[in-house]
Design a protein around this ligand. Sequence first.
Ligand code: SAH
Ligand code: SF4
Length: 348
Amino acid sequence: MSINLYDLTRAQLDGLLVSWELKPVHVPLLWNYLYLGLADSLDAMPKLPPKLRARLKAHTHFGVLPTAFETDSSDGFTRKYLLALADGEKIETVLMRFTGRVTACISSQVGCAMGCVFCATGQMGYTRHLTAGEIVAQAVHVARALRTAKEPHRLRNIVLMGMGEPLHNYDAVMHAIEIMRDETGLALGAERITLSTVGVVPGILRLAKEKRPLHLAVSLHAATQAERAALVPAAKKWPLDELMAACRTYSETTGRRIFYEWTLIEGKNDSIEHARAVGRLLHGLPAQVNLIPLNPTAGYTGAPTRTEAAKHFQHILSEEFKIPSTVRQRRGIDIAAGCGQLAVADRL
Ligand code: SAH
Ligand code: SF4
């Protein structure tokens, strides 16, 4: 079977060359071509020795993801790519330029099995996991697009907040992170990668045990089990008390603060009482709350909390509970590139 070069860590590339009885001394050249030169074919690697070129040609391929469609938001801050996978499936990847920093929001699955009621990806259902190579290829795609457009900034951050639940696809996601972190390649190190989970408890505990270098975000949305289960069906499998215990273990083991995401839905989870409930729930934990006013999706009728009410929510968190919070800026909504809006139209 042909090997996707984006599936391999640098050490695995070494191993591959050794298995071909070639000297791994050529790996730095190949790796530089892949992740510094962002080469998309052997033709773009002119200095490769002929024997290595022949082996690569026979046994490997570049899992480049062709753009099926791309759109820019009217404010120019966000670009969304619909990328084609080799089996005909499609995923979305978003490039965001906020405060001079370029962040790629990348997908971990085709669709999602978790079924959160207000999320377009959840509404399309689950098709399959992405491979590590398909995850890495999204970062490479964005890095290459920035270079082609001669943009002044290079890719700095990755958020695993696109389509899918990353901890449902744990092994491939962690393998991809290892490749993207490599300092001699894309160099997207621990402080540059944020993984957002709906609250897959075994995954959070495994992250803690393995001390994975990343920022963790947990999608909370409600501070009681009943309210949460109505919005996030996965909460029935991993109840709120188990989730909070896992978050506590994670913060204690890693010494890291967790970001708690709260999609603000008017009249549903945005009252003063809700703010106090989340304040009590997170009391004593190293936490920051990210408030995300609901973005519209085809399958959910709720409205976003208005700016004033969101500020009030924030005020209660900071004044009464000393919990820092931010309100996510609504960007890319005109091209359905906001949180929870990613989906593949023909699957909805
Ligand atoms: N599966 C992961 C990551 C992808 S979703 C997770 O659920 O955390 C990224 C964030 O967008 C999550 O916090 C999610 O709850 C939120 N989100 C989903 N749909 C949304 C919507 N319609 N409006 C605002 N935020 C939404
Ligand atoms: Fe899946 Fe996250 Fe959407 Fe829930 S919010 S359906 S976990 S992608």
